[in-house]
Ligand binder design. Sequence first.
Ligand SMILES: Cc1cc2nc3c(=O)[nH]c(=O)nc-3n(C[C@H](O)[C@H](O)[C@H](O)COP(=O)(O)OP(=O)(O)OC[C@H]3O[C@@H](n4cnc5c(N)ncnc54)[C@H](O)[C@@H]3O)c2cc1C
Length: 302
Amino acid sequence: MKETPLFDAIVIGGSYAGLAAAMSLGRSMKTVLIIDSGKPCNRQTPHSHNFITQDGEKPSAIAEKAKAQVLNYGTVKFHSDLALSGRKNENGFAIATQKGGEFEAKKLIFATGIKDLMPDIKGFPECWGISVIHCPYCHGYEFRGQKTGIMANGERAFHLASLVNNLTDNITILTSGKAAFTEEQRTKLDRHNIQVLEKKIAEVDHKNGQIKQVIFENGDKMDFTAVYAAIPFEQHSDIPVSLGCELTEQGYIKVDNLQKTTAKGVFACGDNSAMMRSVANAVFSGNLTGAMVNKELTDEQF
Ligand SMILES: Cc1cc2nc3c(=O)[nH]c(=O)nc-3n(C[C@H](O)[C@H](O)[C@H](O)COP(=O)(O)OP(=O)(O)OC[C@H]3O[C@@H](n4cnc5c(N)ncnc54)[C@H](O)[C@@H]3O)c2cc1C
């Protein structure tokens, strides 16, 4: 029979959340395998903001520095691969990967992030994270005072508009279909001179990801320097659900305040289980997860 190595924990996803979890565990001398497929959600963004000590840094530079520091701990290993499936066994869990690996661990940590689902708008994916952005805290300051669009509708658009209004007074909401605002919301938008356009969007015209204009299906065009977009997402990995982890109504992995999922021995951290999407939050929840997994392992052995 083939021997598979048994780790204290396997961390699936080796970006900010996964690396933070692995560091806590490595510092407690737990054996950890990080499996990572190298596709963090912010990979197209030139500069990451709002994470102290790293403000304005390239996203990959933050992750590379973190990875080098984590791998200084001799009990932590990094394996570049895609985790394909997982199952429970007598030791805890077994994970199978795309490259044909099978690894076992007593505990599992999912730090797999989320997959943004791009709308069917020409030019949108090329601008994502560059001039079509998801969050005013991450990139809004860089576009302060600029002509700004908000590609969203209803509550989400209203919420974004209220925040972006702190940064610019030149805002147009692009609902790309019938607007869905309450009378009260309309009154507030009007009070702040926020225009609402219902015309269907056909294309984002850009140069190297920098938006120039939005082109509508009827041929009209409107210049913008930045556009916020609220887009749907799905989980990167279906392994958590296959192991019994419940999802929330919004599609996040359900965790308690110690990052435990609804499946025993399985934890989740970072974007896959939190609405607050930031490097700082991913690092925080990863750090907490590492400590909680270490506590659980310790309680079982001590
Ligand atoms: C365009 C954009 C720009 C952003 N800019 C900022 C910013 O300026 N400041 C800020 O604070 N936040 C920013 N964010 C948010 C921030 O990037 C995320 O909150 C953060 O990356 C979440 O970290 P994570 O580790 O949970 O997930 P991710 O960083 O997305 O990493 C998930 C990792 O898991 C791996 N993975 C997934 N499934 C598997 C599998 N089955 N097997 C192996 N590996 C797997 C992926 O390849 C990836 O490496 C931005 C987000 C986006 C989308």
